[in-house]
Design a protein around this ligand. Structure first.
Ligand code: ADP
Length: 369
């Protein structure tokens, strides 16, 4: 009889029949198979790695793996006694309760409508926070129009994986950046269904090597969709920054977005509103302000809804140029526009601190009850 030729996939497929009783997932999904699978003729050796030092299921899993290989591959495989157990954090294991353990604050940037400057604000806010000395990550989750590769002059970037298989973000102007635009071309992305888009996003969030961050900004696609809800529900979002122009149609959509986040089922704090394109001042008439999209629309909405107005950013040619040239104006913190973003960043920091202090106080009240 011709002897069976063993190869790794035969073994890993068989091991997918073994479930880890702790979670009900198969042991491959659970990340319990170590990287040391060896095949030598009919002899197979590997280790199961457990994140806990003495996992109560270790011995029974070894038996179950032996059985699975003998049953699904061949009874002739020499496996008995060849599976060891080691103590090591499971690779790529993501704690669903806390997928980004090194990240202190996760801030989603939202707009009800496209074209109001959400990406411009996200890019400049990220750079301004980095200039203030914070560790900053930015995820361009605008699946249907990723613009960060251009805004950061990283259109040719193609991020690589690190030794743990995590995607290493690109780094520019002190900001760690991943964009869906690094991986797909925009024409393909627009055809994605909600589920596909949400999955791609989740992957960039949980499989990015983000490391330690003070602020992780997520530039969401405009509008309110299931992508927003999945992102919010996958992550413990600290708060949302809503961007709008002062124009009534934009404000109506901003209001819709805010009520989605404030809905008791979603219940994510709104850190505040940013009024973009608040006015236009021509260079030759520096004291004149023209309220092209209306005056104080976001300021009034913020007052009405009792949320912070985090900043009013004027329409400035250099802001548009900075975006198109891949050098956000916030890189130059001493210019008028750079300062406007520094101020915005400082306000976001205070709103975040205030929110975190309130949360801590509420938790203290609960634990003392
Ligand atoms: P969104 O992400 O909401 O679709 P973008 O950030 O892509 O919007 O902005 C839309 C266009 O408006 C871009 O060309 C951008 O450069 C420009 N823009 C945004 N904000 C300003 C501003 N404050 N001043 C001048 N141009 C701006």
């Amino acid at each position: 009889m011709a002897s069976l030729q063993l190869y790794p996939k035969l073994i890993t497929d068989a091991l997918m029949n073994v479930r880890y009783p702790g979670t009900g997932k198969n042991i491959i999904e659970e990340g319990l198979l170590a990287d040391d699978l060896r095949i030598d003729g009919m002899k197979v050796t590997f280790s199961l790695q457990f994140p806990k030092e003495r996992d109560p299921f270790a011995a029974s899993l070894v038996k179950a793996c032996e059985m699975a290989i003998l049953t699904y591959v061949s009874p002739e495989v020499e496996i008995k006694g060849n599976i060891s157990t080691i103590f090591a954090p499971a690779k790529n294991q993501v704690d669903p309760e806390n997928p980004l353990p090194g990240v202190k604050n996760i801030i989603a940037i939202h707009s009800g409508k496209g074209g109001v400057g959400k990406s411009t604000i996200s890019a400049n806010l990220a750079v301004a926070l980095a200039n203030l000395g914070y560790k900053v990550g930015l995820l361009d989750a605008d699946i249907f129009g990723p613009s960060m590769p251009k805004m950061f002059n990283l259109e040719d970037a193609s991020p690589v994986a690190d030794e743990n298989g995590k995607i290493v973000p690109e780094e520019r102007y002190g900001v760690k950046l991943l964009s869906i635009g690094f991986f797909v071309n925009p024409e393909d992305a627009t055809m994605w269904r909600g589920g596909m888009a949400s999955n791609a996003l989740r992957q960039l969030i949980t499989e990015g090597a983000w490391g330690e961050l003070d602020y992780f900004l997520i530039d969401l696609p405009p509008g309110t969709s299931d992508i927003h809800l999945t992102t919010i529900q996958t992550l413990g979002i600290t708060g949302v920054v809503v961007v709008s122009t002062p124009q009534p149609v934009a404000l109506a959509d901003a209001r819709k977005g805010i009520s989605m986040f404030m809905n008791e089922k979603v219940n994510v704090p709104i850190l505040g509103l940013v009024e973009n394109m608040a006015w236009f001042t021509p260079a030759e008439l520096p004291n004149n302000k023209y309220y092209i999209f209306g005056k104080d629309g976001c300021k009034n909405l913020a007052e009405e809804l009792n949320v912070n107005l985090l900043g009013q950013i004027p329409i400035v040619q250099s802001i548009r140029e900075g975006g198109d040239e891949g050098h956000p104006v916030a890189c130059d913190g001493n210019t008028m526009t750079g300062l406007a973003f520094t101020q915005l960043a400082a306000n976001v920091v205070s709103a975040t601190n205030y929110r975190n202090e309130n949360l801590a106080a509420t938790q203290r009240v609960h634990t003392h009850k």
